[in-house]
Write a protein of this length. Structure first.
Length: 465
């Protein structure tokens, strides 16, 4: 029931009866969003008086919850000191402190941080950095970026090109970065064959990537980019054992830069600061983080750069030839610094790991008898429920039904906000909802979320059985 046939964000209404006539351009003309008046802890308070549990922290963003007074104070303090300077000539203390806090002691060899405003900007910056790296190394032919189908890296031109979500590309064919190709995602539920073990699935995926390197010509490949734990495209899919280490080895073999996009899965979301840390420490050359960095208190994202990349620029042109007006914005950096200090002080990443185990067990118990639940997958406080028409064959629902969006709406009507992520499955839209609550969520709140989710699923199952 959409104007764009397979767009990511579906409208549950089909007519213009309630057309949105306000001046702010919302995502949909027929389904205006809810007005939020106040947000506190894990709750959103809507203008119609309803209270909603934000079980997806916006888009996996509000990691310490909403309305934290310490962060508010840090922002006010910074505004009273310096609200803005341009980074070409100036730096500010919160920007320096934030980089030092995240990269203290160069964990895993990651030496420098570059802060911008959004996830897409961070990925664009990472790609330009990769390009400059090869320019400096006198390997100008390296322009090709290999990504994975169903991956998500952003909505700007280059990041959209390398993203695999077909729905988001519908009106933008031809509006793209030319040197890219895509390989299979690491997505065991859908693509590991029935008679295949994980030990066989991993090398099969890696062989496909090596074949792609050879097909493009390894000397032309600039970067391989992947989300270590996939986010909005296929919903918190963890890679099979040995996959990330295998990627690292392949990139080393062909001199290709490995970029990890941890914009959604990083900053503790999966139970460790970096998601890759749980996967054999396959360290990327460049990586991106965003959502949990500022926890939603201000727009901020980061590009973290390994020493071996930094060194090429350090000894080459001695500058990164890239920048943005609001780069390392002092207010954003002050907000992120306050958020990160709270995470450290309150042990919130360990809490995320512990609450994640509780959430997993609640989901598996609560949704046990739901015939439409094909898969429950994730890690930390990053979980996805995938819906299917037939559990055995894993057949998807008719995309026109929008089963996942309906479940999301039914849960919202009962006071729980979930994240819709309808990635593509074999060219068709899949149906998932994602849970990515703030790390401060309590067991009782998680229990309410899971109960509401079950009831929402049951209400839709009745309609489509
Ligand atoms: N990469 C990943 C992995 C993401 O999840 C997102 C946002 N969902 C982006 C990039 C783009 O971030 P933004 O929407 O802030 O541009």
């Amino acid at each position: 029931i959409t104007h764009l046939p397979s767009t990511q964000y579906v409208n549950t209404k089909s007519t213009l009866d309630s057309e949105d006539k306000d001046h702010l351009l919302h995502r949909s003309f027929i389904d205006p969003p809810s007005l939020v008046e106040r947000a506190e802890g894990v709750n959103l308070f809507l203008s119609d008086g309803r209270k909603i549990i934000d079980a997806c922290a916006g888009a996996a963003v509000a990691l310490i919850g909403h309305g934290n007074k310490e962060v508010h104070q840090a922002i006010v303090n910074q505004l009273q000191k310096v609200s803005y300077v341009h980074t070409q000539s100036y730096t500010t203390q919160p920007a320096e402190d934030l980089a030092n806090l995240i990269l203290q002691g160069s964990p895993h060899g990651l030496e420098k941080a570059f802060f911008v405003g959004s996830g897409s900007e961070a990925v664009e910056s990472a790609l330009k950095l990769a390009r400059q790296y090869y320019f400096e190394k006198n390997e100008p032919e390296r322009l090709h970026i290999i990504s994975r189908r169903q991956g998500y890296h952003g909505n700007t031109m280059a990041t959209m090109t390398i993203s695999g979500n077909l729905g988001r590309k519908v009106p933008f064919e031809g509006f793209s970065y030319p040197h890219t190709s895509q390989v299979s995602p690491a997505f065991a539920y859908r693509y590991m064959q029935e008679d295949e073990t994980e030990m066989e699935y991993t090398p099969r995926l890696l062989r496909e990537i090596e074949d792609e390197f050879l097909c493009v010509g390894p000397h032309k490949v600039m970067a391989f980019i992947a989300e270590p734990v996939a986010g909005s495209g296929i919903g918190s899919a963890t890679p099979p054992a040995g996959y990330l280490a295998g990627l690292r080895a392949l990139c080393d073999k062909y001199g290709v830069l490995l970029i990890f996009d941890e914009i959604m899965c990083g900053v503790g979301r999966t139970g460790t600061f970096f998601a890759f840390e749980q996967e054999g420490n396959a360290v990327p050359d460049i990586m991106t983080i965003a959502k949990g960095l500022g926890g939603g208190y201000a727009p901020i994202s980061g590009v973290l750069v390994h020493k071996r990349v930094v060194d090429v620029l350090r000894h080459g042109s001695k500058a990164f030839n890239h920048g943005h007006t609001y780069q390392a914005h002092p207010t954003s950096c002050a907000a992120a610094l306050a958020v990160q200090k709270i995470i450290l002080r309150d042990g919130l990443i360990a809490r995320c790991a512990a609450m994640g185990k509780i959430l997993e067990s609640m989901l598996r118990t609560e949704l046990r008898d739901c015939w439409s639940v094909g898969d429950i997958r994730g890690r930390g406080l990053f979980w996805t429920v995938e819906f299917v028409k037939d559990k055995k064959t894993k057949e998807t629902f008719d995309p026109r039904i929008h089963f996942g969006a309906r479940v999301q709406q039914a849960a919202f009507d009962e006071g729980v906000a979930l994240y819709p992520c309808s990635g593509t499955v074999d060219g068709k839209r899949g149906d998932h909802v994602m849970l990515a609550p703030p790390f401060i969520i309590t067991e009782e709140e998680l229990s309410t979320v899971c109960k509401v989710l079950r009831e929402a699923i049951e209400s839709q199952q009745q309609l489509f059985s």
